[in-house]
Design a protein around this ligand. Structure first.
Ligand SMILES: CC(C)(COP(=O)(O)OP(=O)(O)OC[C@H]1O[C@@H](n2cnc3c(N)ncnc32)[C@H](O)[C@@H]1OP(=O)(O)O)[C@@H](O)C(=O)NCCC(=O)NCCS
Length: 330
């Protein structure tokens, strides 16, 4: 049976590096606190004029070059983001315009930190079903303009960075490619990690009161996110392994959504995953939400951590809650 494979990868992060010390100048926090609790040392912030679609555009160009294809070879665009340029239309449409692809379908996928794996799953099914042949899958986030740079928002604002990662998904007749994807969501936890306003759930889209109360900034109950991540992330890893009759020892590389180094280390401890099989870059980029897995995948590939025929397992947990995993035979 025809499979879908990842034909190329690429990413883009803005040049501007923001250290923990720089944030400590804006709010009551410290380099030591941030490193100890999250592993984050620095992150990147995009300039004012660069939004989600432009970050995605730069990552997409890198992935196409890596795959050896041109924009005209694409017949579908999937863009995962929680920080779109506008409330509508979706940033996928803007990305298509930047790539010069009028008429090519573009779909925004809103599954937050699991957005990339959700998108990969959609691409996998589109390709295997034969509807599209070359799909651009991008996770792109510009968080920096929506964070609260004050002590009230410090628990969230120190975590996030801007960046985008992209892959090209296409068909293969070889014995490789995306083996399975596993997607989950549970909206009962929506308010544990969310950006509540503006929104259509309210009598008014946006009010001065919402702004004064800080409800226009992302909010999180960190301990609860942490607790659920430690339960659901290992679960979804085991689900992917079981579906493919594989063991931890059969996986050559693990890439987790880069939310918090302590979450990843705890999950690896629970599953006896050796640290040398895990690639992390949260130290450099913070949490880039939908961008984090494709950025890490590209970097790991560049470092020679994944060879043809080897298995990589991707896994995520985040706002929604959403959680997901995928195994790819490279
Ligand atoms: C955010 C997180 C690192 C906080 O760590 P924690 O040990 O749970 O810390 P708490 O939330 O209990 O806060 C402990 C103290 O640190 C303070 N604190 C929070 N953020 C801080 C910051 N950036 N700098 C310094 N102090 C901070 C709190 O106000 C609290 O102070 P208090 O005890 O005086 O009330 C942790 O909860 C976490 O990683 N959660 C998951 C977050 C995540 O991954 N989100 C993205 C998912 S995709």
């Amino acid at each position: 049976m025809r499979k879908a494979c990842i034909m190329g990868t690429g990413f883009y992060v803005p040049d501007r590096i923001v250290t923990n010390d720089e944030l400590a100048g804006l709010m009551d926090t410290s380099d030591e606190w941030i490193r100890q609790r999250t592993g984050i040392e620095r992150r990147r912030y995009a300039p004012d004029e660069v939004g989600c679609a432009e970050l995605a555009h730069r990552a997409a160009l890198a992935a196409m070059e890596n795959a050896g294809i041109a924009p005209a070879d694409l017949d579908c665009i999937l863009l995962a983001t929680l920080s779109p340029d506008y409330h509508f239309p979706g940033s996928g449409c803007l990305l298509g315009q930047k790539l010069g692809l009028p008429g090519v379908p573009a779909l925004d996928i809103r599954a937050q930190c699991s957005g990339f794996i959700y998108s990969l799953s959609v691409a996998d099914n589109f390709v295997r079903g034969g509807q599209f042949k070359r799909i651009l899958v991008v996770g792109s986030e510009k968080h920096s303009m929506a964070l609260e740079f004050a002590t009230r928002g410090r628990d969230v604002s120190v975590l996030f960075g801007d960046g985008a990662g992209a892959v090209i998904v296409g068909p293969t007749d070889e014995d490789r490619g995306i083996l399975s994807t596993h997607l989950h969501a549970d909206g009962q936890y929506a308010d544990i990690l969310w950006l509540e306003c503006p929104g259509s759930a309210h009598p008014r889209w946006l009010t001065q009161e919402m702004m004064d109360q800080g409800r226009t900034f992302p909010r999180m109950t960190g301990k609860q996110v942490f607790r659920h991540a430690l339960e659901l992330l290992p679960q979804v890893v085991l689900e992917a392994l079981a579906r493919n009759r594989l063991q931890v020892s059969d996986i050559d590389l693990f890439i987790f959504h880069q939310a918090n180094l302590r979450i990843i280390e705890n999950c690896c401890g629970q599953l006896d995953i050796p640290p040398e099989k895990v690639y992390n870059n949260i130290q450099e980029y913070g949490n880039t939400t939908a961008g984090s897995i494709p950025i890490a995948l590209h970097e790991a590939l560049s470092k020679g951590m994944l060879q043809r025929g080897q298995h990589v397992l991707l896994a995520s947990f985040g706002s929604g809650f959403t959680w997901a995993s995928a195994i790819v035979r490279w």
